[in-house]
Every structure is written in structure tokens, then in C-alpha cells.
Design a protein around this ligand. Structure first.
Ligand code: KIV
Length: 271
């Protein structure tokens, strides 16, 4: 009675690096609550991201910009309570990491109060000093390049990045730069598949793609897209894995299997 499940072996930051070396795909989804986190764990997902996409898919905002640190800490702690095995990554929201002291204090909240093992932040250039500072203070970092939703106003919308040679060269250099200052992982969002493949080959750290083609070392999807409950138009890079299955667990398991076999993303999901 009231038996507790056996403790699962947690996936660690060095495990991700080892996966890249062994050529094993990293399966990731977003989650914002304990119930989805527990299904992701059961389905064998490796990495769960509490994305600031929660501003759009949970809170109903038109962008991620209104998401606060308090909201990120709250949802990260909810997700942590549902997880045993996957690595937990949490986003630093808009303007929460522009200065070193701010970034360190806010990352500490995500790790200490939220239970995350890694933080994610968008950008290169000015963000390199922040990544370096976080790493010096033992905070693992996932960088995020390509379509960076916190820069939606500068980018002029949610558009594919790196299509022309100048911006592709910039992205290649930025990817190198974030790795060189200590990023452990790199999310590439909405970039041409050939460019993401080049960057993945060039880097020692794993790349996780969303709309970046099948050559990335892993894939991430926003869970609402994966379950077909996105409001408005479904992004081209996503797929409704609930269609044709009978439960949320089956849908996430089907996604995990498709990523591991290389079936997802297919050419129709890439740019
Ligand atoms: O906020 C988020 O969910 C993300 C993923 C789309 C990678 O950054």
C-alpha cells in the first residue's frame, strides 16, 4: 500500500554530451504542469523544457514577452514534481538576464526554487558574457538561436532565420561563440535544415532543433502543438501526434519513437 515507484536514474548534463558522441537522438518536449511532466517521463522523454512559450500557450498572450520570473518559477516547480528521469530545463524570461547580477539571481531561483538543472536563454553577442558568468557559477546553460521569440519585434514576426548567406554566416559564428563561452546545449529554432546540419556537425555540444531539420542532435516540440491543441494555425514544423492515438501518453510516446527513428521531422516539417 502506498508503495513509491523505484527512483529513476536522472539524466544529467554530461549524459547529453555522451548522447551526441554516441549518435543517439535527444527527445524533448515542453511542459508547464506536473501531469504532462509525468506523461513525458513515462513516455521516455529525455529533456523537459519549461519554455516561456507558456506565455502564449497557457496564459494566452500574443508573445512570450509578458512572462514573469514568478510565473517561470511557479511552472518549473510544478513540472519538477511530475518528473523523475528527464533533465529539467527552464527558460529565463524576457529582460530577466540582461545584466550579470540579474541573470545569476534569476537562474538561482529556477534551480533552487524551481528544481531545474539548466537554464535556457536567447541570443549570442551580448549574451555571451552572461552565459560565461552563469557557467563560472556552475549553472548549466542552453543557448537559443535562430528565431528567438523574445526578439519578435526586432525580427518583425515569427519568421525563419538564416535564409541568406550573411545571416547564415552570422548564425554559424553565434553558434560557435555560445559554445566557446560555455553553453552546454543549443536550441536552433526555425532555421533551414542544411544550415542546422552544418552547425550540428561543427559543434561539440548537442543541438536541439525545432523547425531546424532532422540532422540536429535532438528535437523539441511545444507540447500543445504535439497534442494538436494549438490555438490558431499549427506551425509547419510541428505535427499532431494525438491524431491516430488514444491518449496523451501514446501521443508523446509516438513522438519520442519518431524522433529516435529519424522519421520526425520529415521534409514537410522543415525549411
Ligand atoms: O519557450 C519555448 O517553449 C521554447 C521552445 C520552443 C524551444 O523556447
Amino acid at each position: 500500500m502506498y508503495a513509491q515507484p523505484a527512483p529513476a536514474v536522472k539524466i544529467t548534463v554530461p549524459d547529453l554530451q555522451a548522447r551526441k558522441q554516441r549518435g543517439e537522438k535527444i527527445v524533448s518536449i515542453t511542459a508547464y504542469d506536473a501531469a504532462i511532466a509525468a506523461r513525458a517521463d513515462e513516455a521516455g522523454v529525455d529533456l523537459v523544457l519549461v519554455g516561456d512559450s507558456l506565455g502564449m500557450v497557457v496564459q494566452g498572450h500574443p508573445s512570450t514577452l509578458p512572462v514573469t520570473m514568478d510565473a517561470m518559477v511557479y511552472h518549473t516547480a510544478c513540472v519538477a514534481r511530475g518528473l523523475r528521469r528527464p533533465l529539467l530545463v527552464a527558460d529565463l524570461p524576457f529582460m530577466s538576464y540582461r545584466r550579470e547580477d540579474l541573470a545569476l539571481a534569476n537562474a538561482a531561483r529556477l534551480l533552487a526554487e524551481g528544481g531545474a538543472a539548466m537554464v535556457k536563454l536567447e541570443g549570442a553577442d551580448w549574451a555571451c558574457a552572461i552565459i560565461h558568468a552563469l557557467k563560472r557559477h556552475d549553472v548549466p546553460v542552453c543557448a537559443h538561436l535562430g528565431l528567438t521569440p523574445q526578439a519578435v519585434h526586432r525580427l518583425g514576426g515569427y519568421k525563419v532565420q538564416g535564409r541568406d548567406e550573411a545571416s547564415a554566416a552570422r548564425l554559424r559564428a553565434d553558434a560557435r561563440a555560445v559554445q566557446d563561452v560555455g553553453a552546454d546545449l543549443l536550441v536552433l529554432e526555425c532555421v533551414p535544415a542544411a544550415l542546422a546540419a552544418d552547425i550540428t556537425r561543427d559543434l561539440a555540444i548537442p543541438t536541439i532543433g525545432i523547425g531546424a531539420g532532422a540532422a540536429c542532435d535532438g528535437q523539441v516540440l511545444v507540447v500543445n502543438d504535439l497534442l494538436g491543441i494549438t490555438q490558431g494555425k499549427r506551425p509547419r514544423f510541428s505535427k499532431d501526434f494525438l491524431a491516430g492515438t488514444h491518449s496523451v501518453l501514446d501521443a508523446i510516446s509516438a513522438y519520442a519513437a519518431a524522433v529516435r527513428s529519424g522519421e520526425f521531422p520529415a521534409p514537410e516539417h522543415t525549411y
